[in-house]
Design a protein around this ligand. Structure first.
Ligand code: DC
Length: 344
């Protein structure tokens, strides 16, 4: 028997006790299984977590999986700029009948990026759909995801949910410092029902509440704040890592999923986009003035296209579809055809 050190890491989706514990269990179980470890031969386990993980000790998971008689330590790491957020790392010292070079270190979810040499990519098929407000992204994405049984991820909803939190808590969306200070109190999670996204803000389903004109206006301001984009980027990539996705937004093809299998950029004339927005508002019995809706869209596009980080832009390898004179079904059929050609 040799004394061996085995490393591992995993990222989590949300800073909740359940998520911390379940992910730690997944990580420990994989390390144990892949290295054929007898639990009685574990000498000690050291965990460390990034500073944004605060709701539970990952060490609770060790007892849950039946490891009760080894030394355990759990630490929070110092803050390192630009480091991977929401990450749990572990080191096990084990008596093991294996040579050092045959030890299997385990890096899961976004932590794969830390050690790409030790992990196998297990990505699904990814379709990135970008474009300005009202170009038809979410309507066609819903149709395509249903037809192909892909998971539809509406990334705009994530920015909207953070905006809702700020508006409800008197946080000025223009004030980066105030948003930074509160970011750890904002917990966004997604659930998929029949492939359709439901979005939760601190465990409340806010899928409908985020569709107001006030939120639309402020979301493009919130979307300029680096910490907001950083947190959401991690979640977005994690979902695409383990599902076939249609993901729509502003920076999916350029930034979130630069290796997406299919990239589409939807566009339409401003008057057509304003008309579509007004139709949506009148269906919801909301009051509106055409000129104000049109001006609101122009201002949002301007903010989205001209921000410093991850602006709205067509990826070099994206296919442009101008939807001004096309029906929803003509656009969806065209994209489905492109996807099917790329799946072959
Ligand atoms: O698509 P939407 O209207 O729901 O998006 C709301 C805002 O969120 C939009 O004005 C810009 C921002 N956004 C972004 O910056 N990046 C994304 N990937 C998606 C949305």
């Amino acid at each position: 028997m040799n004394i061996c050190s085995i490393r591992g890491a995993i990222t989590i989706e949300e800073n909740t006790k359940e998520n911390i514990i379940i992910n730690t269990e997944i990580l420990l179980n994989q390390i144990i299984e892949k290295n054929n470890i007898n639990k009685e031969n574990i000498i000690n386990i050291i965990f460390s977590t990034t500073k944004d993980i605060t709701k539970a000790y990952p060490a609770i998971a060790t007892r849950n999986i039946g490891i009760t008689d080894c030394a355990i330590m759990c630490l929070q790491e110092m803050y390192v700029e630009q480091s991977l957020p929401m990450c749990i790392r572990v080191m096990l010292t084990v008596n093991l009948d294996v040579k050092k070079q045959n030890i299997k270190h385990i890096y899961l979810k976004d932590a794969k990026k830390l050690r790409p040499d030790l992990t196998l990519e297990n990505k699904g098929f990814a379709v990135a759909i970008d474009g300005p407000a009202g170009s038809g992204k979410s309507t066609v994405s819903k149709i395509i995801s249903k037809e192909l049984n892909f998971v539809y991820v509406d990334t705009g909803a994530m920015f909207r949910a953070i905006t809702l939190y700020c508006l409800n808590n008197n946080i000025d969306c223009n004030n980066k410092q105030q948003v930074n200070k509160n970011i750890d109190n904002i917990n966004i999670s997604l659930k998929f029902e029949n492939g359709i996204q439901q979005i939760y803000l601190n465990n409340e389903n806010v899928t409908e509440k985020i569709r107001t004109q006030e939120i639309s206006k402020n979301a493009s301001v919130i979307a300029q704040i680096p910490i907001v984009r950083e947190r959401l980027l991690n979640m977005q990539r994690n979902i695409a890592n383990s599902n076939n996705v249609i993901m729509d937004g502003r920076d999916i093809g350029t930034n979130v999923l630069p290796n997406a299998n299919v990239k589409i950029y939807l566009d339409a004339d401003i008057d057509e986009r304003a008309k579509r927005r007004c139709q949506e508002l009148s269906l919801k019995n909301e009051k509106f003035e055409y000129d104000k809706v049109r001006q609101g869209i122009i201002e949002r596009d301007d903010a989205d296209k001209n921000r410093k980080i991850a602006p709205l832009k067509k990826a070099d390898d994206a296919i442009i579809i101008n939807t001004t004179n096309l029906s929803i079904y003509e656009v969806s059929d065209c994209i489905i055809k492109i996807i099917k050609e790329n799946i072959k």
